[in-house]
Design a protein around this ligand. Structure first.
Ligand SMILES: Cc1cc2nc3c(=O)[nH]c(=O)nc-3n(C[C@H](O)[C@H](O)[C@H](O)COP(=O)(O)O)c2cc1C
Length: 301
């Protein structure tokens, strides 16, 4: 079930989403992490970040809200302390990077480029672009193009911007990423949401707003991937609410060459392995030789 995602070679199409699988260490007792197609590690920034004040997680009907705020030890700690362990275990590592300004993304990329062992870079562009007055990169086509271009110019490994669904026209954003030189697209990140505690009469999350993930966002993700697959000629890493193999197949049929599992890991730590087995069974039962044969079959072009 080998997959080529814009130059990124995965042994199978199943990856685990950034921020939901730590650095792989946390899941080692439950699953053989080298069997997963790729591990997208926790989002990393240039400097260490403490993250947002608590409460940072809240369960919702059919999903969860999180406002972790990119807590991470910084790129150098990741590269020197966590990465070697993953490389030793033969894991395909995809770094997920974030920054406040374009130059931070470029600097993190320069440091990654000096190390061996990272197969691709996923760009989290759902961050405030301080120089443009607090707008998120991911909601501004020009900013998307600029950040992708800046990162591409610093590295030879595939660059995969992760699109935010908090926009009116996802195709416009995908086209901007393509214009910047993206090798593939990852979609979707979380949808902005909130919850209120009726006893304290205050928002539940310390950050007030958080990102909604899980089954609740699956229909939105499928719709956006369908739209982008139809109009943009880049491979897609699809995800958002995948909880079983049937969900994964839906994502593939609307145009995902590979898929990512996020919230599902919290419910079933072995979900990635289960879905890999389920995909193999589906292909066999339907006499399909390659996943590629069903990518986008549900899309009218
Ligand atoms: C607790 C938590 C932390 C996350 N951290 C990151 C992150 O650091 N970078 C990122 O790009 N996405 C992050 N995400 C978003 C996920 O990678 C994924 O795109 C999203 O949850 C949708 O997929 P799902 O519905 O399968 O969870 C996080 C999600 C959760 C639930």
């Amino acid at each position: 079930m080998i997959v080529n995602l814009g130059g990124l070679r995965l042994n199978n199409p199943v990856t685990v989403a950034s921020g939901t699988f730590g650095y792989g260490r946390e899941y080692e007792d439950y699953v053989d992490i080298s069997k997963i197609g790729g591990i997208i590690v926790k989002g990393t920034t240039l400097e260490a970040r403490p993250g947002n004040p608590p409460q940072r997680i809240f369960e919702t009907p059919a999903g969860m809200l999180n406002a972790i705020g990119l807590e991470n030890p910084g790129i150098d700690v990741f590269l020197n302390e966590f990465l070697p362990e993953l490389v030793e275990r033969n894991v395909t590592v995809i770094a997920n990077i974030a920054g406040n300004i374009v130059e931070e993304y470029a600097e993190v990329t320069r440091r990654i480029e000096k190390h061996k062992g990272i197969a691709a870079i996923e760009l989290n562009i759902s961050c405030p672009n301080v120089k443009q007055g607090g707008l998120q990169f991911g909601t501004d086509p020009k900013a998307v193009k600029d950040v992708v271009k800046a990162v591409k110019s610093e590295t030879s490994i595939p660059v995969i911007p992760k699109l935010s669904p908090n926009v009116t026209d996802i195709v416009e954003i995908a086209k901007a990423a393509e214009a910047g030189g993206a090798d593939a697209l990852s979609m979707i990140n979380t949808l902005m949401g909130m919850a209120v505690d009726i006893n304290t009469r205050k928002p539940v999350l310390g950050n007030i707003f958080g990102g909604l993930s899980g089954p609740a966002i699956k229909p939105v993700a499928l719709r956006m991937i369908y739209q982008v697959y139809k109009e943009v000629d880049l491979p897609i890493l699809g995800g958002g609410g995948i909880m079983n193999v049937n969900d994964a197949l839906e994502f593939i049929m609307v145009g995902s060459s590979a898929i990512s599992i996020g919230t599902g890991n919290f419910v079933n730590p072995q979900i990635a392995e289960d879905i890999i087995t389920g995909l193999r069974d589906y292909l066999e039962a339907n006499s399909i030789t390659s996943i590629e044969d069903i990518v986008g079959v549900a899309v009218q072009r």
